[in-house]
Design a protein around this ligand. Sequence first.
Ligand code: GLC
Length: 753
Amino acid sequence: MFDYGKIKSYKAVGNEVSIEFENIVGKITVVTEDIINVFAPHESEDHRSKAIEGDKYNGARFEVAESDGAVCIKTDKLEAKVYDGYKVDFYDRDGKMLCRDYRGKAENSASKNTLDAAQIAAREAEGHKIDIRKKYKIEVFKQIDGDECFYGLGEKTGYLNKRGYDYEMWNTDNASPHVETFRRLYKSLPFFITLKNDCVFGLFFDNTYLSSFDMATANADYYRYGVNDGNLDYYFIGGENMPKIVENYTYLTGRMNLPQLWTLGYHQSRWGYITEDDFREVADGMRKNDIPCDVLHYDIDYMDGFRVFTFDPKHHPDPAAFLAEMKQKGFRAVTIVDPGVKVDTNYSVYNEGLEKGYFAKDAFSGNVYINKVWPGKSAYPDFGNPEVRKWWGENHKVLLDAGADGIWNDMNEPASFEGELPADVIFTDEGRVTNHAEMHNVYGHEMCRATYEGVKKLTGKRPFVLTRACYSGTQKYALVWTGDNTSIWYNLQMAIEQLCNLGLSGMAFAATDIGGFCGNTTPELLTRWIQMACFSPMCRNHCCSELRQEPWVFGEPYLSIYRKFVKLRYKFIPYLYNTFRTCTQTGMPVMRPLVLMYEKDENVKQINDEFMIGDSILVAPVVGQGQTRRMIYLPEGEWYDYITGEKVSGNKWFIREAPIDVCPMYIRSGAILPTFAPQSYIGEIDNDETLYLEVYGENGKYIHYQDNGTDFAYLDGAYNEYEIVNCNGEVSVKQTHTGYEKPYKNTKITYIK
Ligand code: GLC
């Protein structure tokens, strides 16, 4: 671990305080009154952030003073005290300790049990993998006081509270069943929230190299961040409660744009739909079985020999005509695009990329670096180069002209079938030459940025870019899914925790493959999965299994149950859309763990199998095989059982029956929920005709948002807003913003009292 040495002097310039230590000059930057950056230039003087765009300094005032051997930097909300050895402690404005660096010995508290080399070898002989705890050049140790819970860190496996896990940020394509022991997955979101009994704060470690997060496993007295390269560059994020921390984190790293309305519909996918007739059959199946559906996904088989930006001439001879036919039936198309470009001198994308030097290069030979992915030998576009991003974006014209409505970015960790790309493969970061070790975790991020910008320019619409790999800040460009899960109950259970933690990490628009991607699903698992996922931010059934898993394959009663839940999703799409609108303004996720809404309630800190959609809908799905009743906790307040209409008081645990056709759901008293009339796809009927409202309880207030659901005109004010007030059961609707040319003609209200 780097030894910073003693403080020699300090100096404030602008919003930065340089602190000269014996061995390096550190820098504390005030970003806002709630956000303070801690930096040391181990590799470069600049931050080189991929997550943060533009200068986020908001003019916050601060004072600097020296006191008791510390340099103290105080904003209107926080105080950072910097000591020798670059130890930093954070207090609130009134002097209450929030977070302090650990000063004790960094050793394994279970050290009496550590194994010697021979003992490790003996265990490994049987195939056990013994994780040796590494030491890192840059390490940050934070003191554990005892009551900490940790949330965030993206889609990592395991339970909601990340205390007791040890993870690494290194985007990894791993198709083995995703289980709790995984340390790496597809995404790097190095941000988490620490919740204590008397305070809450966030820490964002903005360094793209492989990093490690030990959430109090090695030693019960501290949690530790470690990285070997790049800079020490982390943000302390304050705020009075968890929503405020998420708001501040997404202020820093950006927020999603509104999605197009159709993207909130049901998506059907399968790696295995090949011909036009395969897609027709699925589309017809949806309509025949009365399952609402808006989107079909075109997996790699639509391409010509897996060459990106092509269509297979045999199976898709006239994609424009075919996709137009599908659109007529109300089906949008999302086409997959992988980064690997097939090495083929008869292929224009490869030739152009080669000629212009757009691919990553081998460090030794200087030639294009080649590895293997779906098309066989492939080259990797160097997305850190703005010219490459522009070129890549423009290439989407082929797909968009044919009628694609959205793009699915996969394999962008980047995946490679012949071993991982060596650390020294040459990539660029804007104008600067660098390597794979630095760019790996942002490869997916830069690819999404290229796709987003290209699609936006070519269509003028809100791009739908679905990605598997990402980094903090990717939410500005793409939504995510949790990759290749498996048809096992644990993966359904974990899906809730993954989606909730993704939301807390800024990635509010997220999905899991419904039914499970690998392995064969069962009727019961698929049914329970749709019950949970019909409320998840994006809703897609996708698989690669031998057996199919379209909603109808298991017959009755499963088909009817599946239909009921997809219809439920469609009913609540305007509510979901409003929740997305809030997310674009505050970062508040759509799918929320209970702790985000009720952090003072001890009971909810570790509830893994209930969640909220927006402020008002609580969902308690069944995620265990054979289970037909479950324990439910309702937080404070009055709730309505959505199915029976019965009123239930919160702040208690109880058992509810949940046979296979039931997913327990509770609506907060005071809720006002906008709904859609039934339709097979969004826009089949005119949704701007009538505003439908479900009003729960005697008093409540709600803001409803309406726009064209398509483009960016809303940013220029082309939207309507309505303030709906329920005062002792009397409901009034007042339009408070006018800008969208189709205000509702009627209002229909259903009262639930
Ligand atoms: C990867 C993706 C999966 C996709 C498959 C084929 O495994 O995660 O969703 O179906 O590649 O493209």
